[in-house]
Design a protein around this ligand. Structure first.
Ligand code: UD1
Ligand code: CA
Length: 467
């Protein structure tokens, strides 16, 4: 048996999005709508997928440049879904079953596509339907006496009785080539939207005696299409809820699912607790028994078991060791690596820097392009001055070193193990192991300053009165 082929309709304008961006590039759960559809097709075993593009075609093709399984077909003018599918005709001269999908129906599962293919083996074709409490503007599906398709009425063309039908067309079909292209050749634009409807071609197939089975969606959410921003928000939420449900079933506590954004690739270990307002994005992996507190924003980061991320911390491309603590209000940028039980507190920024086990930077510091040894202590206000205006340089701090508050470490510079720096120092050359490095002007006290100032100002005022 040859692998099924999918055709995805993705050329439409998506006018109701009111966007400069093509509709299928809008993101749900961190990925473009079209990516979800393409993945479902691939998971259903489609070796190749033809994507019909038109509106914003350059941007769409660029966004999927890496996909080997996609072949682009251009629909120069967007004259409706029937016209869109007709563009694929030259690829299907021989008998072939094709899955026709909508680029704006992203919740479709591979399982549903498998069901459609199976149903289309027994009938001539098959299409997915769902009974929705709020069928909105989706096409209404009218049944024949044998429960197969009679015809589809678009919302814009439907009368009151037809609009009352809750069975909708999900825009997912298994059809046969080349017959469907003959049906498409017979449709016209005599409808409320003046478009060439794919749904009319299905009506013609049925009128010609070909049976199209109706496959009810196991999860009616799969029928949700994205035509406007409200639909987009709904679909986004469904995708995120699926992730939260999976994590909860794996033993993760999510205190307020509706106030939590966890993207599909994310993994979280058992007994971790996710507080409200947390975003876990991209390829983030969180270990077991972690606490991720309110408002933490974490992308592409790896957090080991038992770590605590305190409120409103931002982690991007960071690695956090076991039982380490971050925040509140800390920022870990790409290449920030915290060892076991290391701690980074409020208003500390770490970039391309490693903190060894048990190292601490409690407050107000910048550690960039640095290596901080185990158990070193970084005082408040410490800055690694890593940039000289043209190049970046490294700072190396040894184990158990103590960097006094407000020390400026002018890189490249090395502070040896067990060394100290005096508060307020500007360290411009290496501090040997165990030494105290101080680089600041000595304090000078001017006696009676206050009284002298007072006297001086009196004189000035007195002088003015006289003159
Ligand atoms: C379509 C169906 C409707 C169904 C719904 C499911 C038709 C006539 N109606 O309506 O019965 O309930 O999908 O979501 O098919 N497209 C093109 N070229 C075009 C026009 C559209 O490629 O010229 C693409 C769009 O980019 C989109 C898909 O086809 O991805 C569906 O088009 P859209 O205009 O959104 O159709 P709906 O009105 O939602
Ligand atoms: Ca649509």
């Amino acid at each position: 048996m040859t692998a099924p082929v999918a055709v995805v309709l993705a050329a439409g304008k998506g006018t109701r999005m009111r966007s400069a961006q093509p509709k299928v590039l809008h993101q749900a759960a961190g990925r473009p709508l079209l990516a979800w559809v393409l993945d479902a097709a691939r998971a259903a075993g489609c070796g190749q997928t033809l994507v019909i593009v038109g509106h914003g075609q350059t941007a769409v093709q660029a966004a999927f440049a890496g996909r080997q399984d996609v072949r682009w077909v251009v629909q120069e003018e967007q004259r409706g879904t029937g016209h869109a599918l007709a563009q694929a005709a030259p690829f299907f001269e021989h008998e072939r079953r094709i899955l026709v999908l909508s680029g704006d129906v992203p919740l479709v599962s591979a399982r549903t596509l498998g069901q459609l293919l199976a149903a289309s083996r027994e009938s001539w074709g098959a299409m997915a339907v769902a009974e929705l409490d709020q069928p909105g503007r989706l096409g209404r599906v009218l049944q024949a006496p044998d429960a197969s398709l009679a015809r589809i009425v678009e919302h814009a063309d439907a009368n009151r009785a037809e609009r009352a039908v809750r069975r909708v067309n999900a825009g997912l079909y298994a059809l046969r080539a080349p017959a469907i292209f003959a049906d498409l050749a017979g449709i016209d634009t005599d409808n409320a939207q003046g478009e060439l409807y794919l749904t009319d071609a299905l009506g013609r197939a049925v009128a010609a005696g070909r049976r199209i089975a109706l496959v009810p969606l196991a999860d009616p959410a799969e029928a949700l299409g994205v035509n406007d921003r409200c639909d987009l928000a709904r679909v986004h939420r469904v995708l995120l809820d699926r992730v939260v449900d999976r994590l909860m079933s794996e033993g993760v506590t999510v205190l307020e699912p509706a106030r939590t954004s966890i993207e599909p690739q994310v993994e979280v270990g058992a007994d971790s607790v996710i507080h409200p307002g947390v975003s876990l994005l991209g390829a983030t992996v969180i270990g077991a028994g972690c606490q991720i507190h309110q408002g933490a924003w974490i992308r592409d980061s790896v957090i080991a078991d038992g770590a605590v991320i305190k409120p409103y911390s931002v982690l991007d491309g960071a690695r956090v060791g076991v039982r380490a603590a971050v925040g509140p209000l800390a920022r870990l940028r790409p290449g920030a690596h915290l060892g076991a039980a290391a701690a980074v507190g409020n208003f500390v920024e770490v970039k391309n820097a490693t903190l060894g086990a048990g190292a601490k930077a409690g407050h107000l510091a910048y550690l960039g392009d640095a290596e901080v040894g185990a158990h070193a202590n970084i005082g408040a206000g410490v800055v690694t001055c890593n940039f000289d205006g043209s190049a970046k340089h490294r700072t190396v701090i040894g184990e158990h070193a103590f960097i006094g508050s407000d020390t400026m470490l002018v890189a490249p510079v090395v502070v040896g193990a067990d060394a100290l720096t005096g508060a307020g120092s500007v360290i411009t050359h290496d501090v040997p192991e165990g030494a105290l490095g101080i680089g600041r002007s000595r304090q000078k006290d001017i006696p009676d300053w206050h009284a002298r100032q007072a006297l001086a100002s009196k004189k000035v005022r007195g002088g003015k009165e006289k003159g």
